[in-house]
Design a protein around this ligand. Structure first.
Ligand SMILES: [Fe+2]
Length: 267
């Protein structure tokens, strides 16, 4: 499996607190069946994001993993907060925050509320050559209330990542229900761990993979955990597995009364 959302780099954000913890997280990831991890430090008002620092940390961690014989390939990306400054920086340099600099951009849905003007932001990111991937909408209070708000963005090509732990119930009942609703509609394109440590938020993906396989079929599970994230890792397009439901425009046929009123108005 390929995990595109993982706070593995040590000492940068609220993820791995030091190199030893990062090594243990990597060990757990491999035991889950993960072969590739995209290291995605936060870029928000609490955590500065510096691509050179991240690259150096990733090299340091790769050397430790090689020394410990832990077979895990590391890529680089970002857990991108949708602030005005961040968006402007991403538009000016699309490689800066996207996965391996190749275009897929994780955009963080805050746990509470949604910033205004998101449709336009997604549109501008796409115009600049990026493919925004909305992270864990099932954990956002506004989208939990009203998942239909995703429809407009999905129609415009937004991709969706659900946290594996949400599906298996580790993020609470509501997140689990919404995650399942999103999968029922085939509105999800990636599962990822969003791992932060070895205890409360460890890298877990296998149980979610198996659950999706049982409930939705092996092909959808494979696309969410292997082929789609692999394509994102390589910066390649992919075919969406399964027909998303409920995205068609509803064209209403006017009633006889509306037709008659319209005819009278034209006279
Ligand atoms: Fe995250």
């Amino acid at each position: 499996m390929v995990d595109i959302h993982h706070h593995l780099l040590p000492g940068l954000d609220d993820g791995a607190s030091n190199m030893d913890v990062a090594v243990e997280m990597a060990r757990l990831a491999v035991a889950e069946g993960i072969t590739h991890v995209v290291c995605t430090p936060h870029a928000n008002s609490y955590h500065a994001f510096d691509p050179r620092v991240n690259a150096a940390k990733a090299d340091e961690l790769r050397a430790r993993l090689a020394a410990e014989k832990i077979d895990l390939t590391l890529g680089l990306g970002c857990d991108f907060h949708l602030s005005l400054d961040n968006v402007e920086l991403a538009l000016a340099d699309p490689a800066r925050y996207s996965i391996n600099g190749l275009g897929y951009l994780l955009v963080e849905a805050p746990n509470y509320g949604l910033p205004p003007g998101l449709s336009e932001t997604f549109y501008r990111l796409r115009l600049a050559g990026m493919t925004p991937v909305l992270t864990h909408p099932e954990r956002n209070a506004t989208l939990q209330q009203d998942p239909e708000r995703l429809i407009e963005w999905l129609r415009a090509g937004l991709l969706v990542q659900v946290t594996a732990d949400s599906l298996t119930g580790h993020k609470g009942r509501r997140a689990q229900q919404v995650a399942r609703q999103l999968l029922d509609r085939r509105w999800v394109h990636f599962l990822a761990t969003d791992a932060h440590n070895t205890t409360t938020r460890p890298p877990r993906m296998r149980a979610a993979y198996e659950l999706v396989g049982k409930r939705y079929g092996a092909a959808y599970a494979y696309s969410l955990c292997v082929s789609n994230p692999q394509a994102a890792y390589m910066g390649r397009p992919f075919e969406i597995e399964g027909q998303p439901r409920g995205l068609e425009e509803v064209v209403k046929t006017p009633t006889w009364w509306q037709r008659m009123t319209a005819a009278l108005m034209r006279k």
